[in-house]
Design a protein around this ligand. Structure first.
Ligand code: ZN
Length: 401
């Protein structure tokens, strides 16, 4: 832990200058000024910039905003579809836990369950506000219930619904404003009405748990779908004569695919193929797809009316069906670097910048709160580590936690 004096004496302005900073995607070393907890300047370094009283030398380490997790099903033992009005403290704890895991914001993901339970979770989330210094809620991800029964994976068959406008309205109820992303199987809607309806409400449509052919998926992208949920998982594999949803997604301009990077859901070689086809962080972003035992040790845990077994961070039902992970999002970044699948900058961007682009929120920029991560690559071991840079405008310390 490094502590450093950082208050300008005799002033109520709290200014920190950072030199030799690398921002993923920018070639030259950067000089960043943080004033009262906000970024007030980002520019290229020049020869006059040097170490002084209120300056941190990042020595070429990377700086980024925190990660964004667009698919996370729960944590610390709580599954988001089980949220009730009594879970205020638990959800607060989860938001703080995610913050400590380097996450700035997330989309609590509600997997297929009854409309009653979906509505109960949405009702609670509608009244919930995370505290400061905690991961913020960026809207809900509804993963289901409009999934193809043949590709439902671990989603319970009894709660899957036909994809009709009426059913969509019943599921959203009065909380459409709260829903950021919905995962659906486009081949279930032959009318072509649902995707334009959802996008008209500002909801991002992500294709997944689907058997869509390439033409069906392309039609869905034309209608406004812009994302793919856990690419490769719960969809037909890439086949040279049947490219399917995955093939269509990788070549359709502007579509972004979520990927799970635990090494089990997708083989690292396939990840490399996706990274090349999707042009790295342009067409892909990382998701944790973390389940309720996130933050708890490996073991057997309840999951809806069934059980999952978690081994080394990967969760499976008793019959072996993959059902998610308990790996924090940023472990995926470290995995990509450890496995030599991409450079450090692309790996960081996949968890930080790409998910922001996918839901149209800004990346690092002047005026933003300086919720920053510092990333360091150990030259000897090639291990990538990160720490959250906590800037405390009302104290005299910068703490690298
Ligand atoms: Zn899924």
């Amino acid at each position: 832990m490094i502590e450093k004096k950082s208050v300008v004496e005799g002033s109520d302005r709290h200014i920190i200058n950072s030199i030799n900073v690398r921002i993923p995607g920018i070639l030259e070393s950067q000089y960043i000024t943080i004033e009262n907890g906000k970024i007030s300047q980002i520019r290229s370094m020049n020869r006059l910039d040097c170490q002084s009283e209120n300056t941190i030398d990042f020595a070429g380490d990377w700086v980024s905003l925190g990660g964004i997790d667009l698919q996370i099903n729960g944590g610390l033992g709580l599954a988001f579809p089980d949220l009730t009005a009594n879970d205020n403290d638990k959800l607060t704890e989860i938001c703080q836990f995610l913050w400590e895991q380097g996450i700035d914001g997330f989309c609590p993901t509600i997997v297929t369950t009854s409309i009653e339970k979906i509505q109960r979770s949405l009702s609670f989330l509608n009244s919930f506000t995370p505290p400061k210094s905690a991961a913020q809620i960026l809207g809900v991800h509804l993963e289901g219930p409009f999934l193809n029964p043949a590709k439902r994976g671990a989603h319970p068959a009894e709660y899957l619904l036909p994809l009709t406008l009426d059913n969509v309205k019943r599921v959203l109820g009065d909380y459409a404003h709260l829903v950021k992303i919905i995962t659906l199987a486009p081949e279930l809607d032959p009318t072509g009405e649902v995707i334009p309806y959802l996008t008209s409400l500002g909801i991002i449509v992500s294709l997944g748990h689907s058997q869509a052919t390439a033409p069906q998926a392309t039609e869905a992208f034309k209608q406004g779908a812009t994302m793919v949920t856990h690419a490769c998982n719960a969809m037909p594999p890439l086949h040279h004569r049947e490219p399917g949803l995955l093939g269509a997604a990788l070549v359709y301009p502007g579509v972004q695919c979520g990927v799970i990077v635990d090494g089990q859901h997708i083989d690292p070689t396939m990840l490399q193929i996706l990274l090349r086809a999707g042009q790295g962080d342009r067409g892909l972003f990382l998701v944790s797809d973390a389940l309720a035992p996130l933050g708890l040790p490996d073991g057997v845990y309840p999951w809806d009316e069934r059980e999952i077994e978690v081994k080394q961070g990967t969760a499976r039902l008793a019959d072996g069906t993959l059902s998610g992970t308990t790996l924090p999002l940023l472990v995926g970044v470290q995995n990509l670097v450890k496995w030599g699948l991409c450079d450090v900058e692309t790996a960081i961007n996949l968890a930080v910048r790409s998910p922001r682009l996918a839901i149209n929120i800004p990346d690092i920029a002047v005026g933003q709160p300086a919720n920053l991560l510092r990333w360091h690559l150990d030259p000897a071991t090639q291990a990538l580590s990160w720490s959250r840079l906590d800037l405390l405008p009302n104290s005299s310390k910068i703490v690298f936690g």
